[in-house]
Write a protein that binds this ligand. Structure first.
Ligand code: AMP
Ligand code: GLY
Length: 426
């Protein structure tokens, strides 16, 4: 079978690496891809916002499955347009992708389905928002409704900060995404991510992870797309996972199906483990980046068969996902200046030596300049290793980091610290 993979970051490199191991794969195409993905796929020049071009490509190259990595094409309805033309797609249609595309949509769904989450109010004007502020204790969470590349969430500690945040949102700083705003109760607890594959009816748990959003060691500095992650997140015990499946995931899938917008793809639930049990922070309609990289390092099954079962509505016939017990950990190497103004063009060497040590280096933001590998984005490489414990996986990952020669890059040195502290205490 020929497969088209859309996207060009570390998440898609990890997917390409696994898809390429499947016995049923004939040719893997990727757009736009990156130099790492090019080791496993033929890179093609198609613009994912041009649905007609994607469709034409699928017809000309007998594509049996399209795997959509990032959220934008999902929210934009690419999966709907491909499905209408009979092409199997991994990823939800536009209606179901509102789970990620509209925070207000998700909050309303939680209310209808009785899913535990923070109390909230949706507002469409600054005056309305200011009036609603009185209903919330401080800190209060203020979110742009739409896609804002992880930047649309402000936790306001004081009323003045809240008013500032509302000013920013309603002044158009987030464009269309900020035309509507959600005010939320602040929840406390530890965060963890949970993944589930669903074809709209059947649901397969697909592991857990924890990431590190702040740029600096000790969780300091500005928020980023994620500086590192590990899987599994043992804080999400088997008992809690069952609770998440029953109180959050199942009601979400069932409600969307009952309302005529069945969800097909991966559900990525951001959870807060509160004293009253797990509560939903938000949904994403895709794999996490870099969470996908650690999930793929634990996955021992046939990824083509699994994603195709999701896309074709045959997940009920598939056994449990083959996720190994081993721990996987990834360290993000970013370009100096990330997240504000990452330096582009810095030379990268030593990738082969670092991989020879048994780790995998997924490419996130890289490009070729002639024969040389250079940085071309904020997050550049994902140095990924496995081990029997988080400590062992961390040690292997940093050993590989030290073999890389990327003078204009940096990484956090404490990925996995929470779990390592727990391992040490046990
Ligand atoms: P989101 O983009 O919705 O995942 O929010 C980004 C981050 O903001 C989350 O990972 C949490 O750390 C934090 N956050 C979002 N909503 C809440 C909430 N209601 N209570 C506490 N923290 C939150
Ligand atoms: N690492 C967070 C995300 O993919 O949204």
């Amino acid at each position: 079978m020929n497969i088209l993979l859309l996207g060009g970051g570390g998440r898609e490199h990890a997917l390409a690496w696994k898809l390429a191991q499947s016995p049923s794969l004939s040719t893997l195409y990727a757009a736009p891809g990156n130099p790492g993905i090019a080791q496993h796929a033929q890179l093609v020049d198609i613009d994912a916002t041009d649905h007609r071009a994607v469709l034409d490509f699928c017809t000309r190259h007998s594509i049996g499955l399209v795997v959509i990595g990032p959220e934008a094409p999902l929210v934009d309805g690419l999966a709907d347009n491909l499905r209408t033309m009979g092409v199997a797609v991994f990823g939800p249609g536009a209606k179901a992708a509102q789970l990620e595309g509209s925070k207000g949509f998700t909050k309303d769904l939680c209310k209808r389905a009785g899913i535990p989450t923070a109390a909230y109010i949706r507002v469409t004007s600054k005056d309305g928002a200011i009036a609603a502020l009185d209903d919330f204790a401080l800190p209060v969470v203020i979110k742009a409704d739409g896609l804002a590349a992880g930047k649309g969430v402000i936790i306001a500690e004081t009323r003045a900060e809240a008013l500032d945040a509302l000013d920013t949102m309603f002044s158009g700083a987030f464009g269309k995404a900020g035309e509507e705003v959600v005010l939320e109760e602040f929840m406390t607890g530890e965060e963890a991510s949970f993944f589930a594959l669903t074809d709209g009816t059947a649901i397969l748990p697909f592991g857990s992870a924890q990431d590190h959003k702040r740029v600096g060691d000790g969780d300091t500095g500005p928020n980023t797309g994620g500086m590192g992650a590990y899987s599994p997140a043992r804080v999400l015990t088997p008992e809690l996972e069952i609770q998440v499946m029953e109180t959050i995931i199942r009601p979400t899938v069932a409600t969307l199906a009952a309302e005529g917008m069945p969800y097909s793809g991966v559900l990525y639930a951001g959870l807060m483990l509160t004293d009253e049990g797990p509560r939903l922070i938000e949904y994403n309609a895709r794999f996490g980046d870099p969470e996908c990289q650690v999930l793929m390092m634990r996955f021992d099954g046939d990824l083509v068969a699994l994603l195709l079962a999701v896309a074709q509505g045959r997940l009920a016939d598939h056994g449990p996902a083959e996720l190994a017990q081993r721990t996987a950990l990834t360290v993000v190497m970013a370009a100096n200046g990330y997240p504000d103004a990452p330096e582009k063009g810095g030379a990268i060497a030593g990738v082969a030596a670092a991989e020879a040590a048994g780790t995998r280096i997924f490419h996130a933001g890289t490009a070729m300049r002639g024969d040389a590998l250079v940085a071309s984005g904020g997050r550049v490489l994902n140095v990924t290793a496995t081990g029997d414990s988080v400590r062992a996986a961390q040690k292997a990952a940093y050993a590989a980091v030290d073999l890389l020669d990327f003078p204009t890059g940096f990484c956090r040195r404490d990925i996995g610290w929470r779990e390592i502290a727990r391992e040490d205490a046990a």
